[in-house]
Ligand binder design. Structure first.
Ligand code: FAD
Length: 408
């Protein structure tokens, strides 16, 4: 717990950085707060970029986490369009690409992650898109207006969400995935199958177990995807092959990093005066002995809250189990806990009706839930996971009984 910090500098004005600045003021931190972000927009939400922003209007102001005036009102110095290029840990100072260095007592890195680039020839052709920022979404949206066939490389969350949006816009979609199934990092095999069937029923084509060798174009514009045994014609490509934590600044400063910047429960890095939060971190997670990277809004918000409590000298905020959501067509997929821990699973509801939950147990304890259009089950299960409540699996599987009948 720290209560004597005077100057806090936050690098990265995204979901985590913006939430941290707001929490610090909410927790009566009275020192100076400088929030530096390389994008031109104040902190904004990214989840709508693959969803309603593609199918409906994209108005950046509507994405803002808080109106720009909030930062002035709360005496938060917001430096937008400003890149931090180095950290001098000895002087406790950060250098900017333009402008005078800024001194800190505590530095918080909230640099997020970047969309991974496709390492093949042709990846720079016009019509090849990534999706991380509002600028990326604006460019993709403009391209989709004249796209008849979109090839999506990667069957993860971003790929599937963009596929759903593109189908709603009447665009033909082929998803190319190198694994034999979808959502491999997140979903159980049952949910993975459900999503494949869902997308097929909406007209999406899949090429699974397929490797991309090159992208071909004409006049600088992408025209096809070269696979091992075929060439897939297309007039736009979305690359959705995951993201890489933005750790170069931390690495240059000599902070301990693995896949992400290594942090403890409070977000403290290997330097006690530097914290890190959000997608750039590799963090401890309830129920796991090793630390992992979690790229989600709930994780960023949780870490922001915990770090703010620490810096404002308040009692530690409570840890939560990881959770996540994704919207595709009229389906809301919600996950709490880590389905990868599952030793045994049971289903409640009916996959055919598009409303069901899969509950995952390990050592007879509920450790994770995946709900498809079943928000009530999700809410109850999330609470049961957090409180380690005993559950009777047979009663839980019986859809004619209320969820609470299964609680011991
Ligand atoms: P970011 O929000 O990426 O913010 C980091 C900021 O730091 C960026 O603005 C970056 O430009 C800036 N920055 C980096 N380096 C520097 C530097 N050196 N100097 C200054 N500024 C710097 N999560 C969910 O839970 N559910 C969803 O449905 C969901 N959908 C998503 C859809 C899309 C299209 C995307 C891209 C993400 C989605 N996510 C979703 C993930 C979620 O948006 C991220 O987990 C969240 O934004 C992480 O917040 P962050 O602050 O760590 O990173």
């Amino acid at each position: 717990m720290v209560s004597n910090a005077k100057r806090i500098v936050i690098v990265g004005a995204g979901h985590a950085g913006g939430a941290l600045a707001a929490h610090l003021r909410q927790y009566q931190f009275e020192g100076s707060i400088t929030l530096v972000g390389s994008e031109e927009l104040p902190p904004y939400q990214r989840p709508p970029l693959s969803k309603v922003c593609l199918t409906g209007p994209l108005n950046p102001d509507e994405l803002l986490l808080r109106p720009e005036s909030f930062y002035e009102q709360k005496d938060i110095d917001l430096l937008l369009g400003t890149q931090v290029i180095a950290i001098d840990r000895g002087k406790k100072q950060v250098s900017l690409a333009a402008g005078a260095p800024i001194n800190y007592d505590f530095l918080v890195l909230a640099c997020g992650a970047s969309a991974r680039e496709l390492p093949v020839a042709g990846a720079q052709l016009n019509g090849v898109h990534h999706l991380r920022t509002v600028d990326d979404a604006t460019r993709l949206k403009a391209t989709l207006k004249s796209t008849a066939h979109l090839a999506i490389i990667g069957g993860g969350v971003i790929g599937l969400e963009v596929a759903a949006s593109a189908r709603e816009m009447g665009i033909n979609v082929t998803i190319i995935e190198q694994q034999d199934s979808l959502l491999t990092r997140l979903a159980s095999p049952d949910c993975s199958r459900f999503f494949k069937q869902l997308h097929e029923s909406r007209g999406v084509d899949f090429l699974l177990g397929a490797q991309v060798y090159a992208l071909h174009g004409d006049n600088g514009n992408v025209q096809s995807v070269q696979l091992q045994d075929q060439i897939l014609p297309c007039d736009a490509v979305l690359v959705g092959i995951g993201s890489s934590p933005n750790i170069s600044l931390a690495q240059q400063a000599g902070l301990s990093c693995n896949k992400g910047v290594l942090v403890d429960h409070n977000g403290i890095t290997s330097d006690p005066n530097i914290l890190a939060i959000g997608d750039m971190t590799q963090r401890p997670v309830l129920g796991l002995t090793e630390s992992i990277c979690l790229e989600s809004v709930p994780s960023a918000l949780e870490q922001a809250k915990i770090a703010a409590s620490y810096l404002a000298g308040r009692p530690a905020a409570k840890e939560q189990n990881p959770w996540f959501w994704s919207d595709q067509y009229d389906i809301k997929y919600q996950v709490a806990g880590l389905p990868s821990l599952s030793q045994e699973s049971i289903m409640r509801g009916d996959m055919e009706t598009g409303s069901f939950s899969i509950f995952h147990f390990a050592d007879e304890q509920l450790v994770a839930v995946e709900s498809i259009n079943a928000p009530r089950d999700f809410m109850m299960a999330r609470k049961a996971i957090d409180t380690k409540q005993s559950i009777n699996p047979e009663l839980l599987a019986d859809n004619t009984k209320e969820f609470k009948a299964a609680l011991a």
